[in-house]
Design a protein around this ligand. Structure first.
Ligand code: OAD
Ligand code: ZN
Length: 252
């Protein structure tokens, strides 16, 4: 692994830019860090989302059944944050990459919809989307106007509990999404991991899969991560700064 910081970042970005041609097949794997500059808290930082609650207390099915109002309130709070922020320069740079290369796919662990709002069209949501909800009894997908409030708990018309369409601890990823993500990881020539701590599997296994299939691995993160040692190049810095620089250095 080669690590770069400030002084030589520019020249390292230049050599990365040279690798990117109109024929390139690029996969971005993104995590909460890519949305941090939009004002969406990450999960594991000091002031991150898990600060007040342990993930196992909120982000799992049993907790939801035990205390649906609490879990729903937490997700409502997060959905509100997401609705009140905008995609940042990192999201926009990733969206622009689509017009520069033959194939560009975003595999995201984020549930915030910000890649789509920035204009990315090929987005694989591994962990769902916080803006969608469904009834755990009848399965209907819906938005606010179909909800009936029962005290503090949000219920479907059929009486079933309404949950966010996100993947909780102990739950499987949407099978089709992960299969497609694996296919892209195997086929790409450049795999860029951005703003993820790389500790949640199976998503965190995708870089290794890409590498074993011959891809060049790049990491953009403000800190070293569990994935750093696997990388061919690591850029230490903010995605909203590094990615626009990379885009400005592209030759075509
Ligand atoms: P984490 O909170 O674990 O990691 C965020 C990463 O972003 C850290 O490595 C930070 O160093 C980095 N970071 C912070 N600000 C950044 C910036 N401006 N630019 C670049 N990097 C930055 O979030 P995830 O890796 O996304 O799953 O977490 C993975 C999964 O764990 C989430 O999808 C969620 C959680 O459990 C589910 O809810 C299923
Ligand atoms: Zn229902």
């Amino acid at each position: 692994m080669i690590s770069f910081s400030s002084a030589d970042t520019e020249s390292a970005l230049d050599s990365l830019a040279e690798k990117i041609t109109s024929n390139s097949y690029i996969v971005f794997l993104t995590g909460a860090g890519v949305s941090a500059e939009s004002g969406v808290p990450t999960f594991r930082s000091v002031d991150g989302l898990w600060e007040k609650f342990k993930p196992e207390e909120l982000a799992n099915f049993n907790s939801f059944i035990k205390n649906p109002a609490l879990v729903q309130a937490w997700y409502r709070h997060r959905a509100e944050i997401v609705n009140n922020v905008k995609p940042n320069r990192g999201h926009t740079a990733i969206a622009h990459m689509e017009s520069k290369v033959a194939t560009c796919v975003v595999i995201t662990q984020n549930v915030d919809n910000l890649h789509q709002r920035a204009g990315s069209r090929e987005v694989i949501e591994l962990h769902g989307n916080i803006l969608r909800n469904y009834c755990i009894d009848c399965g209907v997908q819906f938005d606010g106007d179909l909800l009936i409030e029962n005290g503090e708990t949000t219920l479907c018309k059929c009486g079933g509990l309404v949950r966010p369409d996100v993947v909780w601890f102990g739950e499987m990823l949407p099978a089709n999404s992960f299969r497609i993500a694996e296919k892209h990881a195997r086929k790409c020539d450049l795999f860029i991991s951005v703003g993820t701590s790389g500790v949640v599997f199976p998503a965190a296994g995708l870089p290794a899969l890409a590498k074993s299939s011959g891809a060049f691995l790049v990491e953009i993160n403000t800190e070293a991560t569990d994935l750093s040692s696997l990388m061919d190049v690591t850029f230490q810095g903010k995605s909203g700064e590094i990615l626009p620089k990379l885009m400005s250095l592209l030759k075509s």
